[in-house]
Ligand binder design. Structure first.
Ligand code: FAD
Length: 395
């Protein structure tokens, strides 16, 4: 192989995980040459505003950048956008780009993220059906529904709830269709689910649970959503938020091990099955000391924290990834829910404060031990729960 370029550290993927890894390398004093390659058309940006400010039109695209434009050269990180890594040889430590250039690296971080899960049903190719992952998707949806009266949102998880809230705030009539009975109940349980449903219905959103979408109908553009329960709704547009799939195409092709959740299998230190190659973010499935098992987590702050852990290990500072997973979700400007936790299952829920007042914390326990907490309007109590989770599990 003729090598076009040689770097100490190669970061593949320009999301929050890759961009945070680059920053941490410099923060801990790593001075080696570093190249970040991403297939995105633009420099690394944050995704959370896609369903919030970018959709509402209150956030400008420039404000979603992870680092200011000049940051990259100031920190001597070479950034290459519109560049896809097509192959990775973990033994020779060579990456091949779509442009056919080859890059020799000392160590690498795979931060390839996730892609939206698409609904494969009749009519799925009709116009007016949207998925949200990148800023351009929010802009396309905004433009497409400028004249729309009624938008149908499919999925009752974070994306679905956030989009429904944003659409309601934009004055659109909106229907949420979901398989679960109440929104967000898979993560937070039916009590919080019922509260989220009331937040939405109080603002005019129609929320219908227990429904699976069967097909879409329309001429060239979607005009009807049909479901298993015989429910049929006329619509001007559809937004789907039915989950994401880890992007492990490159890792799989390189022969790296893939875990049970479909992520790139990593150690406690986020090293993949190939020595010197790390993974971070939505694509990473790691042996979590805190969870006591292998997990893959799809949240902004967690992806950033994993990027930092991978960078520290590369810089020669041995670090297990022990950050307590945290995330937030916004319902327009009505409510921000914040969660910390280490288990998707629990057998007891304790509510402090009142759901009606919008200031509460729900503490989730399993076998008498705190495993998670969801807070709305009480950040101090969330911090207490976070500290409790970190010490209880690691001690
Ligand atoms: C609409 C939306 C709203 C969200 N809101 C929230 C929120 O409110 N709170 C929260 O906690 N989390 C939220 N999340 C989740 C959070 O954004 C993700 O967890 C985070 O973006 C993951 O970062 P990442 O760097 O792992 O992956 P990504 O952001 O997916 O970045 C991966 C990058 O790798 C690139 N890439 C992949 N393969 C290659 C290759 N072979 N060659 C070159 N480049 C490649 C991709 O193009 C992409 O740029 C939201 C997600 C979405 C989609």
């Amino acid at each position: 192989v003729i090598v076009s370029e040689s770097v100490d550290v190669l970061i593949i993927g320009g999301g929050i995980a890759g961009a945070s890894a680059a920053a941490e390398l410099r923060a801990v004093g790593h001075t080696g040459s570093t190249l970040l390659v991403t297939r995105e058309l633009e420099e690394p940006y944050e995704r959370p505003p896609v369903t919030k400010g970018l959709l509402l039109g209150t956030t400008r695209r420039e404000d979603t950048r992870v680092h200011p434009a000049e940051w990259w050269s100031e920190n001597r990180i070479e950034l290459r956008t519109r560049a896809s890594v097509l192959a990775l040889d973990p033994t020779q430590r060579v990456a091949t780009l779509a442009s056919k250039e080859t890059i020799q690296f000392g160590k690498a971080i795979l931060a390839t993220g996730a892609t939206v899960r698409r609904l494969q049903v009749d009519g799925a190719q009709l116009e007016g059906i949207h998925y949200l992952r990148a800023p351009g998707n929010a802009e396309a949806l905004r433009a497409d529904i400028a004249e729309a009266q009624h938008v149908t949102v499919i999925g009752g998880s974070y994306i679905g709830c956030e989009v429904a809230a944003s659409l309601a705030a934009m004055g659109k009539r909106c229907t949420v269709l979901m398989q679960e009975d109440t929104p967000l109940e898979r993560g937070f349980g039916p009590t919080v689910g019922a509260w989220v449903a009331s937040q939405l219905t109080d603002r005019g959103v129609e929320v219908i649970g227990g429904i699976t979408v069967d097909s879409f109908a329309g001429d060239t553009r979607v005009s009807v959503v049909l479901t298993n329960a015989g429910y049929r709704t006329e619509t001007d547009a559809v937004v789907l938020g039915i989950g994401a799939l880890p992007d492990v195409t490159l890792a799989r092709k390189a022969g790296l091990l893939i875990g049970d959740t479909g992520g790139i299998l990593c150690s406690r230190e986020l090293e993949t099955s190939a020595p010197g190659i790390y993974a971070a973010g939505d694509a990473c499935e790691y042996e979590s000391v805190l969870h006591g098992t292998k997990v893959r987590i799809e949240h902004h702050e967690h992806a950033a924290a994993q990027g930092r852990t991978a960078a520290r290990n590369i810089a020669g500072i041995p670090s297990d990834h022990t950050e307590v997973p945290y995330f937030w979700t916004d319902l327009a400007d009505w409510a921000t829910l914040e969660y910390v936790g280490v288990s998707p299952v629990w057998d007891e829920e304790q509510i402090h404060g009142s759901l009606d007042s919008g200031n509460f914390i729900v503490r989730y326990s399993l076998a008498g031990r705190l495993v998670g907490a969801l807070a709305c309007g009480v950040p101090d109590e969330l911090d207490i729960a976070r500290a409790e989770l970190a010490t209880a599990v690691l001690s």
